[in-house]
Design a protein around this ligand. Structure first.
Ligand code: ATP
Length: 236
């Protein structure tokens, strides 16, 4: 199996192409993510980070170039194929975690498996419990999301994103609404998950300290990659 999880070749995104509202947001993005890499995506507001993450997450389609997920081209795939590839290969963690308040923490973690194949098997429940243990929340499995803190809710969202064992985890400002100590501990969790599960993680962050704790940082400015390399360590 290839060690390459993701490859972007000449990716561009222009919204409202051919109209007065045309907006060229991404240009000539070339990028390769290997298995098990932990990478930060940084850049000023409006530089195109979320747009790029949406393309990588197969939630939107580029207007130029090709995007390969685990070696498979995606641009001309139909919606059903893209949905299948998304469910098989990707996990998502967002700033606002969208946990379902009527369900318990455990049921929320199980949700991707329930969507995939209905009633969860005993193995699925066991996997969800072990992920909750991994994120330090096994004792809260029966609580509702409203009964736990923001940092704990984000940990539930991370466990939920991992329950399908995705080779690539995408995170968009996952610590954006957390205080700095809680943000640092959620980021520690990303590092531990990366080491333990070997999944590749691409995380958009505005926080330079958090970015510096990733081995690799990619910087976008005005829709282009302006730097891509080893992160510069910062003092704690
Ligand atoms: N659907 C759309 N139609 C037109 N323009 C869009 C659309 N989506 C995003 N844009 C524009 O693309 C640019 C990049 O937006 P994007 O949200 O990707 O930036 P970002 O780097 O994630 O910003 P932030 O850090 O503030 O979240 C912005 O100028 C935005 O207005």
């Amino acid at each position: 199996m290839s060690d390459e999880v993701l490859r972007l070749e000449g990716i561009g995104k222009t919204f409202n192409q051919g109209t007065a509202l045309e907006a060229r947001v991404l240009q000539d993005i070339n990028l390769r993510l290997g298995r098990g890499e932990l990478t930060a995506l940084i850049g000023p507001s409006g530089s195109g980070k979320s747009t790029l993450l949406n393309l990588i997450g197969l939630l939107d389609v580029p207007t130029a170039g090709e995007l390969y997920l685990q070696g498979r081209p995606t641009r001309s795939s139909d919606d059903a194929t893209r949905t299948r590839m998304r469910n098989e290969s990707l996990g998502f963690v967002f700033q606002f975690h969208h946990l379902i308040s009527a369900f318990s923490v455990l049921e929320n973690v199980l949700m991707p498996l329930i969507i995939r194949s209905g009633r969860p098997s005993a193995e699925a429940v066991e996997l969800a419990r072990s992920l909750l243990q991994e994120v330090g929340l096994e004792r809260l499995a029966d609580k509702k999301p409203t009964e736990i803190s923001g940092g704990q809710q984000q940990r539930v969202a991370i466990a939920r994103a991992l329950v399908t064992r995705p080779p690539l985890l995408l995170a968009d400002e996952p610590t954006g609404n957390l205080d700095s100590r809680t943000a640092a501990s959620v980021f520690d969790l990303f590092r531990r998950i990366n080491e333990q599960f070997g999944c590749s993680i691409l995380v958009v962050t505005h926080d330079p300290r958090l970015a510096a704790s990733c081995p690799r940082t990619i910087e976008l400015v005005d829709g282009r990659i302006v730097s891509d390399g080893a992160s510069i360590p910062r003092p704690p």
